[in-house]
Ligand binder design. Structure first.
Ligand SMILES: Cc1ncc(COP(=O)(O)O)c(C=O)c1O
Ligand SMILES: N[C@@H](CCOP(=O)(O)O)C(=O)O
Length: 554
């Protein structure tokens, strides 16, 4: 590791290109360095950080034979000035982050059926796509903290207090990325009883002193709201230096951009007769918080030939409703079937509007990263007025602030301007997949090709198959589509078993369960129950960090 090339917490300067400087989607903050946005997570005006410009990957074609880690280095370097992380250090961080994966290719592409391909993102330590970004983010935090803490002792050290919300996968991936790391405490809030048993076990059986699991009486959105309330509280934010591991943290999105390029190049190698360099591909992405698919949008904007990004939602379908109506509203406007509404298949809907589905990691009312896409759409719209770039950015920030304020105060906003919606539809289309369709898809793929899908992946595959059918009808030929496989099926045993229980050959223990999960349920656990109240969570954070400090002799 090189010694402090950049001053602690330095803002972006002339050594940073526009894509290496960051601004807030709500317009108040700009000129940040990568280190600042990674450590801060959320901007102080409540907005999310985005690069001031999206760089074009000018020689992306020449990357086609690179390994995953070399590709990651080329892509990530476009967004991080070498004055902040010297190239050799960045390479070392990347190599270390992906050495923990079980697959040599890190994110292998497999042909599922016909022109439908699966991008397997679950070969990391916790068997979910979050590992791709969180192994990297854990090592980044460590790198910055070692540099900031040189020569410092005890309470003078910069101690990061990570607070995150999880519906199960981010929590375990963040915990595995940060366990045992010096100068970081990690607090993960999950909705009590609403994560799968394996997810719960993965999180709560990690007993490192810096890991704290909080089971919140509420849903995932409540956990996310508590995290945002903590970030908005100037007191705890300054005394405890809060950090984010959710996809509000820009480094999460950045790391995920890599596998869109990698998948494209894998397809090129696997389908040489029907897919050539420069051909467009589609991606179908099971979506909740909109982080994974947003990474695809960045890849597209950087120049990767992407035809469409297909958003696949479960019955918590705020995104699908936006793309159909232009309105972004927390609560569905439709009610139960008995009321003449559209609710399908007897899915349990909580009073708060969140439905409990078979793909629980996507049981989300509000998709936090959608704010980043909204900024780019508003910026594009503002740019058509012919004013200067500073004005365009200011307008975009104001527009996003006003939309987000309506979302908070009135439960929604829209319809957005026609041009904004059309611009969104140019790159995205959306599909809503019910629980019954999820089960049918798991069953169909098992019967047809013997592949066991996890329920989230099945939502994406069903969306991919619908898109394929449309392309076939409209254009007379099926196109290659890459569906993102976001979790290993063993993480969601009950949905998989429900789908496949009547298949005579199917045996969950033998066909699905990885050895790493055996005995997890017998391990010792540590978890604290907390009320759905951000001040109560703040007290727990203060108290548990204090106990950690005392144990360290600080
Ligand atoms: C297994 C799985 N699939 C899909 C998603 C949705 O991804 P995103 O929230 O980035 O849209 C999640 C959670 O984020 C997940 O854990
Ligand atoms: N499905 C997620 C929810 C949090 O999403 P994130 O990508 O913003 O961290 C989870 O698994 O926790």
């Amino acid at each position: 590791m090189s010694n402090g090339v950049v001053a602690n917490g330095a803002s972006a300067d002339q050594t940073h290109t526009a894509s290496q400087r960051y601004l807030s989607t709500r317009g108040e903050d700009s000129g940040f360095s990568f280190e600042e946005v990674v450590l801060k997570g959320l901007a102080s005006d409540g907005g999310l950080y985005i690069p001031e410009a999206i760089p074009s990957a000018e020689n992306w074609e020449s990357w086609k034979d690179l390994s995953f880690t070399d590709l990651a280095f080329n892509i990530i370097s476009l967004f991080v000035s070498p004055s902040e992380i010297p190239s050799e250090d960045l390479k070392e961080i990347i190599n270390r982050s992906y050495a923990t994966f079980r697959a040599d290719e890190v994110t292998p592409l497999v042909n599922l059926q016909g022109e439908v391909h699966l991008l397997e993102l679950f070969h990391g330590p916790t068997f979910a796509f979050k590992d791709v970004a969180l192994q990297f983010l854990g090592n980044l935090f460590e790198y910055f903290l070692v540099r900031r803490n040189e020569g410092k002792t005890g309470r003078d050290r910069y101690h990061l207090t990570v607070v995150g919300a999880t519906s199960g996968d981010t929590g375990s991936a963040a915990i595995y990325g940060l366990r045992g790391k010096k100068d970081v405490s990690v607090f993960m809030l999950h909705p009590k009883g609403r994560v799968s048993p394996v997810q719960e076990q993965q999180m709560t059986t990690v007993l490192d002193a810096n890991v704290h699991n909080l089971a919140v009486t509420g849903n995932f959105d409540n956990c996310q709201d508590i995290v945002k309330a903590l970030f908005a509280d100037p007191e705890i934010n300054s005394t405890h230096k809060l950090g984010a591991v959710n996809s509000i943290n820009w480094a999460r999105i950045l790391a995920q951009t890599v596998y869109y390029f990698h998948a494209y190049f894998s397809l090129l190698r696997q389908q040489p007769s029907t897919f050539k360099l420069g051909d467009k591909v589609r991606f179908a992405v099971p979506s909740g918080n909109f982080g994974d698919i947003l990474a695809g949008y960045f890849a597209l904007r950087m120049g990767l030939p992407v035809d469409k990004l297909v958003i696949a939602t479960n019955e918590n379908d705020i995104l699908d409703r936006f793309f159909k109506t232009g309105r972004y509203e927390k609560k569905p406007t439709y009610g139960s079937k008995a009321e003449g509404g559209l609710e399908q298949d007897g899915v349990k809907a909580h009073e708060d509007g969140v439905k409990e589905t078979l793909s629980p990691a996507m049981d989300i009312l509000v998709s936090s990263n959608f704010e980043r896409l909204l900024w780019f759409l508003a910026y594009q719209f503002a740019s058509s007025a012919g004013m200067d770039d500073e004005w365009n950015k200011k307008q975009a920030g104001q527009e996003v602030s006003s939309w987000l304020s309506d979302l908070k105060n009135k439960g929604g906003f829209g319809p957005v301007y026609k041009d904004v919606l059309e611009a969104a539809r140019k790159n995205f289309e959306s599909e809503r997949v019910s629980d019954q369709e999820t089960l049918d898809t798991i069953k169909a793929l098992y019967k047809e090709v013997g592949y066991v899908l996890d329920p989230h992946t099945a939502v994406g595959v069903e969306a991919a198959r619908r898109t394929q059918k449309r392309a076939l009808a409209e254009e007379g030929a099926a196109k290659h589509i890459i569906s993102l496989s976001t979790a290993h099926p063993a993480k969601f045993a009950s949905a998989v078993e429900l789908a496949l229980k009547e298949e005579p050959e199917f045996n969950f223990q033998e066909n699905v369960l990885p050895p790493e999960f055996v005995g997890l349920d017998k391990k010792e656990k540590r978890v604290s129950d907390v009320a759905n109240d951000w001040k109560a969570v703040r007290d727990v954070v203060r108290q548990q960090v204090e106990e950690e400090f005392k144990a360290l002799g600080y």
